[in-house]
Design a protein around this ligand. Structure first.
Ligand SMILES: O=P(O)(O)OC[C@H]1O[C@H](OP(=O)(O)OP(=O)(O)O)[C@H](O)[C@@H]1O
Ligand code: HPA
Ligand SMILES: [Mg+2]
Length: 194
């Protein structure tokens, strides 16, 4: 195990089995539909790469890059689009593929934006769903694992751009980020927290 990891929360084998299960479910649900898997860069890359190979349907893959965490363990509250989709989605059934839903801010922003582009349908698939009070709610169709409110890394998830290459989901030792970011330093307005 990596020296900065306190505990493995979800093993490589557990991730693999869950991805297979989700892929089979998506294969059943999207029969005969023009499916676009929309991956969110960079965190969802390992997940979408593995998931896409378990879906036995013709499909397209595209990516959007949105970032709100920077080098901290708290959302900045400001979601920025760094890369947009390549084409229109009005003839497509769009399935957003996320690595994690935490505050819900990233997804809320993305769903609002994509709805304006009139996809045939818009649903969400996330590998991890953090059990915490959401700042923004969104209905999620496919969830891999519900996890406690700990900062996790691995299988695409980073802290300060590191640990994405760990094959498992692990809890980062607080000593790695202590003193770097505290909740009162975030830019989430009190109105959003309420
Ligand atoms: O529900 P939220 O609190 O908004 O958090 C979830 C989002 O935060 C992370 O992205 P990040 O901004 O770190 O970008 P990255 O994928 O490039 O690491 C993660 O990959 C999700 O997209
Ligand atoms: O727990 C987390 N780990 C890594 N990135 C994240 N982005 C939101 N929550 C997390
Ligand atoms: Mg990140």
């Amino acid at each position: 195990m990596h020296e900065d990891i306190d505990e493995i929360m979800i093993s490589e084998e557990q991730v693999r089995a869950k991805v297979q299960e989700l892929g089979e479910q998506i294969t059943r649900d999207y029969q005969g539909k023009n499916l676009l898997l929309l991956g969110t860069l960079k965190g969802a890359v390992p997940f979408i790469a593995d998931l896409a190979r378990t879906i036995e349907l013709p499909l397209e893959v595209d990516y959007m890059a949105v970032a709100s965490y920077g080098n901290t363990t708290q959302s900045s509250g400001v979601v920025r689009i760094i890369k947009d989709l390549e084409g229109p989605i009005d003839q497509k059934h769009v399935l957003i593929i996320e690595d994690i839903i935490d505050s819900g801010l990233t997804l809320h922003y993305l769903v609002d934006l994509l709805r304006q582009r009139n996809p045939l349908s818009l649903r969400i698939c996330t590998l991890l769903n953090k059990e915490r009070t959401r700042l923004k709610q969104a209905e999620v169709s496919y969830v891999g694992f519900s996890i406690p409110d700990k900062f996790v890394v691995g299988y695409g998830l980073d802290y300060a751009q590191r640990y994405r290459n760990l094959p498992y989901i692990g809890i980062l030792k607080p000593s790695v980020y202590e003193g770097v970011a505290r909740p009162e330093e975030t830019h989430i307005s009190p109105a959003e927290k309420a």
